[in-house]
Design a binder for this molecule. Structure first.
Ligand code: HEM
Length: 542
């Protein structure tokens, strides 16, 4: 009411009491009219030249069209409005790319402009104010951290130096499932030949991927760390659970991110929850750093009994490159977030597709038996000789790219995109899921047909815009080689170690999220199929 000038009040000639009653309503009306007029002017200026899209609603924009499976809804809309669509999620303008050509425009032709990232409220509080690589804006700090990541931490040479870790954990995974089988059959050795046992596979996969990342980054699994480094841990703080909670927090479709004007209200309590998780994670991670500094003071050489892990490397680089402890902790979180669930859920999808296609399962198991035999466990050097296995991983990533919108990109400046106007700060969703089902690119796109990759040069590692499981361009996944090797060796070991069958109740339903997973966790009927001694010791590994 204060903004109504006095002469207007006099003109209206309203008594004080009367003013008090209807002036607030009049103020709201005038304010609403101003907003509508400004937004009409804005739309008039921009709507003719922006990419096509469906009609939206006031305030919520197109949120009502997304439903429980936004990737499917947007795929269907792209069939009506084209592969480059404009929408609004709350107050955030969004472009959705749904074909390889549209993705190339964003991730290659205009890569530099679209290298920005949003700042989700959960990321701001949990990821050290988005100073991790994945959510950092494309500034000089991000370039430095990304360069260190690519050239030092996950370079092909460094990834090769951790081959033993991947093989150990893949074989440990097989032993863990065999143990569950033995427990269920009460150790009856005859049962090995005759029974199949229902095993919940997901927890084993998550544990194996977690162990792999943890051993590479911290030199130990998280469980070893908790049991051996007792001084590190406040028993009420559990790193495994905290990382899990962190992912859940990042996974929430947060209203505050869609309506920044009301972000302060924190309607879903994401910021509050995130602050709690961040506080506890920070205590644990700082203790891990301090403990490492105590045990290996700066400048001390690492003897042959202690292999160098990525934390050693980061600490030694930090003195040269002015990297702070918070930067190192943010990077550790990136490795866990980026490397754990992505691999585990991709393997779960691969196994699920194979259970739904028993002929493909048979073919790949025959390939492994022919190349590796049954007297030793599969090793990473075998993968080069297992084209069908590699084709299965590619086909799985085509149909089930677990980060199916990539991490949203943001336009860092206004630009023209094939004649359309795109304004600064527009978010970009590349629908990798839709691109994997693009009927102009793929023959029978909805079928699981690994042999389409047998005589093909297509690769999932960001060189082909038809296959974007790892994204592409300057924000593409720096850990793609490592991720791919993790998936391949674990899948090969599981397929070699067991006969598999789908349980009676089985489906391939998806549950949408930052990482899109199988809605019903995979439970499978398994039976060991290798000589018993290979499961009992690590001697399976030559
Ligand atoms: C199967 C395993 C993996 C999959 C499917 C995957 C997928 C992806 C995708 C789709 C992106 C977003 C790309 C974009 O926005 O254009 C990404 C980014 C990223 N990934 Fe991965 N990833 C995997 C494994 C890993 C591993 C092992 C690491 C560890 C180094 C990692 C670290 C990262 C980082 C740091 C980013 C952010 C890059 C940036 O914004 O500059 N990822 N990943």
């Amino acid at each position: 009411m204060a903004f109504l000038p006095a002469y207007l009040l006099d003109y209206l000639n309203v008594a004080e009491t009367c003013r008090a009653q209807w002036l607030p309503a009049l103020s709201v009306l005038i304010a609403a009219a101003c907003i509508l007029y400004t937004s009409w002017q804005y739309r008039k200026r921009h709507s003719s030249s922006r990419p096509p899209g469906p009609k939206g609603l006031p305030i919520i924009g197109h949120l009502h069209l997304l439903g429980n499976s936004p990737h499917k809804a947007l795929f269907d809309l792209s069939k009506l409005h084209g592969p480059l669509m404009w929408l609004r999620f709350g107050s955030i303008p969004v472009i959705v790319a749904s074909s390889p050509q549209a993705a190339r425009l964003i991730l290659q032709t205009h890569d530099q402009i679209f290298a920005g990232r949003p700042r989700p409220a959960a990321g701001v509080v949990t990821l050290y104010d988005c100073t991790d690589i994945a959510f950092c804006p494309p500034n000089s700090y991000w370039r430095l951290m990304r360069q260190i990541c690519v050239t030092d931490l996950v370079s092909p040479k460094r990834v090769e130096s951790f081959r033993h870790v991947r093989e150990e954990e893949a074989h440990r995974l097989v032993r863990a499932i065999k143990k569950e089988f033995m427990d269920a059959t009460s150790g009856d050795s005859c049962a090995e030949l005759t029974s199949q046992v229902m095993v919940a596979i997901r927890p084993h996969l998550l544990q194996a991927s977690n162990n792999m990342v943890s051993k590479m980054v911290l030199g130990k699994t998280l469980h070893e760390m908790i049991s051996t480094d007792s001084h590190i841990v406040d028993p009420s703080l559990n790193l495994v659970h905290l990382l899990d909670e962190l992912l859940q927090c990042l996974n929430i479709f947060n209203i505050s991110d869609l309506f920044p004007l009301i972000a302060w209200m924190d309607i879903q309590g994401v910021r509050r929850r995130g602050c709690q998780i961040a506080r506890n994670l920070n205590i644990l991670l700082q203790e891990i750093l301090d403990s490492r500094r105590r045990s290996r003071p700066c400048g001390s050489t690492i003897d042959s009994s202690t292999r160098e892990d990525l934390l050693d490397l980061l600490l030694s680089l930090s003195s040269k490159e002015s990297i702070t402890d918070d930067n190192i902790k943010a990077f550790i979180l990136d490795m866990f977030i980026g490397g754990t669930d992505t691999s585990a859920y991709t393997i779960e999808w691969a196994l699920s597709e194979l259970l739904a296609s028993p002929q493909e399962l048979k073919l790949v198991q025959e390939e492994i038996e022919k190349v590796v035999g049954t007297e030793r466990m599969v090793e990473e050097t075998d993968i080069a000789h297992l084209p069908y296995l590699r084709a299965i991983v590619n086909e799985t990533m085509r149909l089930h790219p677990v980060v199916l919108f990539l991490i949203p990109h943001v336009a860092t400046q206004s630009c023209k995109l094939i004649g359309f106007d795109v304004l600064e700060n527009t978010q970009v969703y590349v629908n990798a899921w839709a691109i994997g089902r693009d009927a102009d690119t793929w023959d029978e796109p909805l079928l699981f047909k690994p042999n389409r990759f047998l005589n093909s040069n297509l690769s999932v590692e960001g060189k082909n815009f038809e296959l974007l499981a790892f994204g592409a361009g300057r924000r593409g996944c720096p850990g793609s080689l490592l991720g791919l090797l993790n998936v391949q060796i674990q899948l090969a070991s599981l397929l070699q170690g067991f006969n598999w069958r789908a349980p009676p109740e089985f489906d391939l339903q998806e549950k949408f999220g930052l990482i899109t997973i199988k809605d019903n966790p995979l439970v499978a009927m398994v039976a060991p199929c290798l000589p018993t001694h290979l499961y009992h010791t690590e001697g399976g590994i030559s």
